[in-house]
Design a protein around this ligand. Structure first.
Ligand code: FAD
Length: 331
């Protein structure tokens, strides 16, 4: 049906909403479209049961076409059924590019689909653009974040990429309208061999990092779990949250991927980001590019973190945070 010219965005339904990440990808797709053939269209692909109601929102945020697959087998997400349906939809419409949000669902669905349709996948991209040959340049940090690699998919189609929430921007909502198109296919999953026994949603009292105006960030230089409580205390005194790097998370000083900032964590935009013991790998700094004031403390005067900081303090972090806490407590 298609001819490898369109950009398809997987529109993920989260509860009663389209995921913000998917709306951001529609914005990214409309920007990429301007760098491609003038006949390129942005297609939003919706999977689920009774999901046609989301079409207006997708048109409003930039979709030229909305294609939906409405099936009771898609009522609850499963990688086998969603993977099969999305692979079939892609095979039918033959887009040039497929973009999927790097949400928990997307991080499973994207490689499942890429393997089924036998194409490449660049995961956790920090930037996308079209090169002079019309190929999608998928920028991904490599070698521990020290290098930004340009990944191309020169032969196989579609070119597939995932991007985390907060890395790209959604369009202003417009009153653009359209008629959603129904796509039907036989969905082959693992049938009864997989059964949803129960769904337990985790609850958290923490303010989401991407809603915090002040973030206290800590990296491997914090040195231990007992020190992490100092960051938590400082964060609560400024009504903020703590964020971390990959090593701090892996060491178990803080819990949950949602506390990690960067390509495989969250992208944040606080007014103030005070951080300590973070070297400044691209995997981390791409998650703070929309932060306001960045104040960094590091013992190493040459650390890359200082190149993206407004204030650089070459020192041991601990005495500084402790005296800051004392001052804040004194009012
Ligand atoms: C595929 C992939 C995805 C990744 N995704 C992410 C991601 O999303 N987010 C992320 O953060 N990382 C991610 N990483 C890891 C990333 O590449 C870096 O390894 C990581 O960010 C480094 O963390 P760090 O700065 O805490 O540790 P280090 O690089 O070890 O730096 C520690 C810093 O602490 C300083 N220091 C030590 N002691 C003190 C002290 N007492 N006072 C002050 N400063 C001190 C040191 O000078 C040093 O600069 C990813 C890696 C890969 C391969």
């Amino acid at each position: 049906m298609g001819e490898e010219k369109d950009i398809l965005v997987f529109a993920e339904v989260q509860g009663n909403n389209i995921a913000t990440n998917s709306l951001e990808l529609l914005g990214e797709a409309t920007r990429l479209k301007l760098q491609l053939d003038q006949n390129t269209q942005v297609i939003a692909a919706l999977l689920g049961e009774n999901i046609e109601c989301f079409a207006d929102e997708l048109f409003g945020y930039g979709a030229d076409r909305v294609i939906y697959c409405n099936d009771s087998k898609l009522a609850v997400y499963r990688s086998d059924t969603y993977g099969d349906a999305l692979a079939k939809l892609i095979s039918e419409y033959k887009p040039l590019i497929v973009l999927i949000g790097a949400t928990y669902l997307g991080m499973e669905l994207a490689p499942t689909v890429a393997a089924k349709i036998k194409t490449g996948l660049a995961a956790h991209c920090t930037e996308l653009h079209i090169n002079k040959d019309g190929l999608l340049v998928q920028v991904v940090p490599a070698f521990g974040g020290k290098v930004l690699g340009d990944i191309l998919t020169p032969i196989h189609r579609p070119q597939m990429a995932t991007i985390k929430a907060g890395i790209t921007k959604k369009n202003e909502f417009s009153n653009k309208k359209g008629n959603p198109e129904l796509f039907t296919c036989e969905i082959n999953g693992f049938g009864d061999r997989i059964q949803i026994v129960s769904i337990n949603k985790s609850t958290s009292t923490r303010k989401p990092l991407n809603e915090s105006e002040c973030i206290i960030g800590g990296g491997f230089g914090i040195g231990g779990k007992e020190n992490w409580s100092i960051l938590e205390e400082l964060a609560s005194l400024v009504n903020g949250s703590t964020g971390c790097t990959r090593p701090a998370l892996d060491e178990g000083w803080t819990e949950g991927e949602h506390t990690m900032i960067g390509t495989s964590g969250v992208a944040v935009s606080p007014k103030v980001y005070i951080n300590a013991g973070i070297s400044g790998a691209a995997h981390h700094t791409c998650g703070i590019k929309d932060a306001g004031l960045i104040i960094s403390i590091n013992r190493d005067s040459n650390c890359p973190m200082f190149t993206v900081s407004d204030y650089k303090i070459v020192a041991d972090w601990k005495p500084i945070f402790i005296s800051l806490i004392e001052k804040l407590k004194q009012g």
